[in-house]
Design a protein around this ligand. Sequence first.
Ligand code: HEC
Length: 301
Amino acid sequence: MKILFTCLFAFIFTIMSAPMIFGSDSDDYAPMKYERENMTETMRISRGGQLYDNWWKTSADVEKPTEDHPLWKTQTDNKRSGYSTYRCKECHGWDYRGKDGAYSKGSHYTGFKGVYEASQKMSIAELEGVLRGETNRDHNFTKFLSQEDIADLALFQKHGTIDLMKLVNTDTSLVGGDISEGSSFFSKNCMTECHGPTGTSINFGTEERPEFIATVANKNPWEFIHKVRAGQPGTRMSSGIINNWSDEDIVNMLAYSQTLPTEQPKAGLIDQLLSMFGLGEKEHVGNAHTEHRGFGPKLEQ
Ligand code: HEC
């Protein structure tokens, strides 16, 4: 009998401590030092997309600039400062179209051109050269990006960018998008581990200003598509590029995501009980988006 109890106790202890041993879903998940030799080209393309989004969150051990980018002073419309001015997406857009796309107006307008056409026309070597300042010395990122980072960014631009104008209209409405197809795709790929049945298990914003799947899907479908394809920098979010999701899969899921709630439903009694024991739906509130390499960044205003 005593042995039975000991076994039972050991079993329960193992289950309870599993998250500690195997690592739990914590907000301070940092990017792993990736092993280059084990990366396939598709993994590098996806990584390049994450660098385009937020290179500081994607590369381990890289210095974060605090000053404005040298090219920033050549425009006066966009009032952001510091690291934001160093993100590819801030100057060239989530739709890769710069001043000719979604950033043709609003607070993100800079007047800088996009990279979509250049990605079509330029070779990988030329795209890498642009990031080493060979076409404009103020566009030199070698102080911050390694040769591998630059190579992955060029690869993403060449093989990872898609024509978002074919999927999203300028007024954020979608071209096509089957909600019921999107619903099953969402249940299969996004719900169980992470975002929950209504896309509200992870809050990318703050408690006062929550942002969920539906918030991004409705306000910034271009950002939604970019992140679904490349993955969210600094997190374990999967990548549509790596999973070989079609544009149709993604637009269907986006159409469905636009129908989800933008507020967290009130927790029922069972959910409250489960959460007391650390079970049930997890909620990550994006408290540390700006400073830590965890969930985030917040949806832009
Ligand atoms: C501060 C704003 C800014 C940031 C940040 C920025 N760029 Fe640029 N980029 C520009 C401007 C301005 C040009 C045009 C420069 C020129 O040729 O005079 C340009 C040009 C380019 C071009 C060549 C486009 C063409 O048609 O010739 C590519 C490709 C490019 N950038 C990629 C990137 C990537 C990738 C990143 C992220 C690592 C990045 N840029 C970050 C402002 C920026």
